[in-house]
Design a protein around this ligand. Structure first.
Ligand code: SF4
Ligand code: SF4
Length: 104
């Protein structure tokens, strides 16, 4: 007989509700890019940048090059490390812009 751990009855906000609390100041230009678009189109089979992003910033484009909705970026850095080809150009948005977390 297995013993089930006690799980407290806590109601968490949905991901959408939590994302709604994030404030974002548009830097006006993307702080994200790919170094070599042809590498994405011709060599990438996994599209880890798409699957790892918690905010849906990266989407597989028609030509095999990702489209990047940088405005939604949470600045977690995951896409930078997930790309198996080191093909993600990543930087923080300019001073005073980017994401602000209400709940830390
Ligand atoms: S994981 Fe890297 S190589 Fe693959 S599509 Fe994304 S940025 Fe391009
Ligand atoms: S830094 Fe995080 S939120 Fe921003 S694009 Fe990369 S994976 Fe998505």
């Amino acid at each position: 007989m297995s013993v089930q751990p006690h799980v407290p009855d806590v109601e968490n906000d949905s991901l959408e509700d939590r994302l709604y609390t994030v404030k974002y100041e548009d830097p006006g230009e993307s702080h994200l890019d790919v170094t070599l678009p042809g590498l994405c189109a011709e060599r990438c089979t996994t599209y880890d940048c798409v699957s790892v992003c918690p905010a849906g910033v990266w989407r597989k484009g028609n030509e095999g090059v990702p489209e990047i909705a940088y405005e939604n970026c949470l600045e977690c850095g995951s896409c930078r490390w997930a790309c198996p080809h080191g093909n993600v150009e990543w930087s923080y948005p300019g001073t005073g812009s980017g994401v602000t977390y209400k709940k830390g």
